[in-house]
Write a protein that binds this ligand. Structure first.
Ligand SMILES: NC(=O)c1ccc[n+]([C@@H]2O[C@H](COP(=O)([O-])OP(=O)(O)OC[C@H]3O[C@@H](n4cnc5c(N)ncnc54)[C@H](O)[C@@H]3O)[C@@H](O)[C@H]2O)c1
Length: 329
């Protein structure tokens, strides 16, 4: 069957890597994006429709006459701190935008829907390794917006026969330097790009002058810094293509963790960045941020079992790819 996939948010970081992989595998791809944090240059040979998901009328009119066999939905705002400062903006963008897209899918009879959810739906974890049975208790509006969309997908499945997979990413990282793709946010809130760009000349607001900040070094971990699960963005992209396949035989709404299954502390990240770049990376210790759990690591076995997905790239490859990309951009 000829596959034509609509990728909302496909001009962003994880979306653009997935778009490139879909194109490589022979899919026809249309990207829909408002370019608020994404970049037109990142969609490669895919068709790009510039549109805000919250503008329902524009959405329906721009997609009128097109036929899709599946939707992947990355479009959203994703900064936790910003979501606490501007919760209603987050609910509007992430929840209203998603509702419009889900309604479009139902009306257009597209029954395969893949959604970018987040480990943020779990809130404070009750164990260091989290599986999908962990309670959903988000502690900030960003995580709440993701949990609300998951609920809409469950209800859409029950009432309208929409089949969906919500992929709960842990910490996406890495790049695809040969395709000119990498993490290109401004401002950037993620650790690995911030550590690497601290070594580079000033580049917009992205470069944070001065030493890298470590938020808290008195956590109950071996070196006192927080442990997170870093997953290569290309491994994430592969999971999306597998999810589209899996949806062919699926009815209902499924939620799957996507992480590497192992954790690295902030200090380990800095040390690995030093190893990869051969440069000393100055850092300082700042107070803890509210809401940061000590350890957040995915149990990724369900995605392995159901999708046949196994992450292929380790932390060293994540940082090597990110460093190559940051130096070239
Ligand atoms: N990066 C991570 O580590 C991570 C972790 C968990 C979940 N996620 C989720 O994955 C998704 C993609 O993350 P990313 O890091 O690639 O973010 P990103 O900001 O790079 O990409 C999001 C894309 O969506 C577009 N967009 C946002 N709101 C839109 C709207 N209303 N209408 C149309 N387009 C809109 C942006 O322009 C951008 O191209 C997000 O939903 C995010 O919440 C990311």
């Amino acid at each position: 069957m000829h596959e034509h996939i609509l990728v909302a948010g496909g001009a962003g970081y994880i979306g653009s890597h997935t778009v490139q992989l879909l194109l490589d595998q022979g899919y026809q791809v249309t990207v829909l994006d408002n370019l608020s944090t994404g970049h037109a240059r990142s969609v490669g040979q895919a068709e790009l429709i510039q549109c805000d998901l919250c503008d329902k009328r524009a959405l329906l009119s721009l997609l009128d006459g097109k036929t899709f066999t599946g939707i992947i939905h990355f479009a959203g705002k994703s900064q936790v701190g910003e979501s606490i400062a501007e919760p209603l903006t987050y609910f509007d963008n992430n929840v209203t935008g998603s509702l419009n897209l889900i309604n479009y899918a139902v009306q257009a009879g597209i029954d395969r829907f893949v959604f970018s959810s987040s480990a943020a739906v779990y809130g404070h974890p009750s164990s260091s390794v989290i599986d999908e049975h962990h309670a959903i208790k988000p502690i900030n509006p960003y995580g709440m917006s993701k949990a609300m969309v998951e609920t809409m997908l469950v209800e859409g499945a029950r009432s309208q026969g929409l089949s969906s997979i919500a992929l709960r990413y842990f910490n996406a990282a890495g790049a695809w330097p040969d395709q000119g793709l990498g993490e290109d946010h401004d401002p950037e809130t993620h650790l690995i790009p911030n550590v690497l760009t601290s070594l580079l000349p000033l580049h917009g607001k992205i470069h944070k002058p001065g030493p890298v900040k470590i938020f808290g070094h008195d956590y109950a971990t071996d070196d006192g810094t927080c442990i997170r699960d870093y997953i290569h963005v290309r491994d994430l992209a592969e999971a999306h293509v597998l999810a589209l396949h899996h949806l062919k035989g699926l009815t209902g709404a499924l939620m799957l963790n996507l992480g590497s299954g192992s954790g690295n502390s902030v200090l380990e990240i800095i040390q690995t960045c030093q190893q990869v770049t051969g440069r000393e990376i100055p850092y300082l210790v700042a107070p803890r941020r509210t809401g940061d759990p000590a350890v957040l690591v995915a149990d990724n076995s369900l995605a392995g079992e159901l999708l046949g997905w196994q992450p292929q790239r380790n932390l060293m490859m994540i940082i090597e790819d990110a460093w190559r990309w940051h130096q070239k951009r």
